[in-house]
Design a protein around this ligand. Structure first.
Ligand code: ZN
Length: 378
């Protein structure tokens, strides 16, 4: 049987250069559907059972984040449930995966995918809780639903408003895995932190900010080619309805705390990025950020604050980004939470690297610093 590479499925993305034999599979990582961003890949290989495969990504050195390939191992799966890492090298230009599939069909991806079907199941499961109202905010560029989960008692006049949004960058699937884990804890009647939170807060959760980009297999952009995390200052219904609709709802509800969940291609750590670059940033806001990090470190050893983004000066771009824009607009604690594509270098897992499951546990642990932060506001 000849080998076959395909990507005609949810989030599938690859360009085939040459794939005539298992030991010489040459590919290019595909651009986002409507933008010049190249990083996400997800494809299926058939017909190479028990053959030593050499899969070369010829354009890896010319992708959006070439640093992302240093110290990186691709993920693979036979059933799209269990994902494991496969040996991967990068010489600065070409990335090479070597793997001998044990079955007739194997999938390879940049990171453990979070499918559109799973997204819909997450919404379905959540709405079965009597604490949840499932709200349709409108539609994406390609007509997919922009759904919001409202969790808690909206009629309460004292409840704090906690917003959690994920996957503005659709290929950062670990962000939705984190929300998945957070929701499981929050909606678990036996979870003591979830129980306390639902007495004192209303959660507004957008598990997937970029449905079109997710299905199209994009890393960073929507179906109009927009990087949604640069659209917050002036979103439009034509170019960035996903941000426009969510921002409109935030202005209606108010925001006391916001977390915007992402994945970082380069750094093998979990960390947060704050709003220090804002000229209006106050000492109290800085203290709230620090306290949140301190609390998060106690809640999860996977969270750390040694490694992160270096301080950057204020530019006009800052107000186009979700979390600083929200700090600016609402005066609240608003953080970008970054999870790794690679692994947590402080506690690596050779088999899986950083994973969906690890992201979900982190998402659940996030509730504890959220509860502490909310109580400090009262
Ligand atoms: Zn991101």
């Amino acid at each position: 049987m000849p080998i076959k590479i395909s990507s005609g499925f949810d989030a599938g993305a690859i360009d085939i250069v040459s794939a005539t034999s298992a030991d010489a599979i040459d590919l290019n990582i595909r651009k986002d559907s409507h933008a010049d961003i190249t990083q996400w890949f997800y494809f299926r290989l058939q017909g190479a059972r028990d053959e030593a495969c050499t899969i070369r990504f010829l354009n890896a050195g010319a992708t959006a984040y070439p640093d992302g390939w240093h110290g990186y191992n691709a993920v693979a799966s036979y059933d799209r449930v269990e994902w494991f890492r496969v040996p991967t090298t990068f010489d600065g230009k070409v990335m090479t995966v070597t793997h001998t599939p044990e079955f007739d069909s194997v999938y390879y991806a940049y990171f453990e995918p979070y499918s559109w079907e799973r997204h819909l199941e997450l919404l379905d499961r959540a709405q079965l809780s009597e604490q949840v109202r499932l709200v349709d905010l409108g539609s994406t560029v390609q007509g997919r639903d922009m759904n919001l989960l409202v969790i808690g008692d909206e009629r309460s006049t004292t409840a704090k408003k906690v917003w959690v949004i994920a996957r503005q960058h659709p290929g950062e699937t670990m962000a939705e895995w984190a929300v998945d884990g957070m929701l499981d804890a929050l909606l678990d009647p036996a979870d003591p932190i979830g129980r306390q939170l639902l007495k004192e807060t209303v959660f507004y959760v957008v598990p997937n900010m970029n449905p079109d980009g997710s299905v199209l297999g994009n890393l960073r952009t929507n179906a109009a080619g927009a990087n949604l995390n640069r659209e917050w200052h002036t979103p439009t219904m034509e170019r960035s309805p996903e941000v426009f609709l969510v921002k409109q709802k935030m202005l209606e509800t108010g925001v006391d705390l916001c977390l915007d969940v992402h994945g970082d291609e380069g750094l093998p750590y979990v960390f947060v990025a704050g709003s220090e670059a804002l000229p209006t940033f106050t000492a109290a806001q800085a203290a709230a950020q620090r306290q949140f990090s301190d609390d998060f470190k106690i809640a999860s050893p996977d969270f750390q604050d040694v490694h992160g983004y270096p301080a950057a000066p204020y530019t006009d771009e800052v107000l186009t980004m979700g979390s600083p824009h929200i700090t600016h607009a609402f005066g609240c604690l608003s953080l970008t939470l970054e999870l790794p594509f690679k692994d947590n270098a402080n506690d690596p897992d050779e088999l899986t690297g950083w994973s969906g499951e690890r992201s979900a546990r982190l998402g659940a642990a996030m509730l504890q610093p959220v509860l502490q932060a909310i109580r400090r506001l009262s």
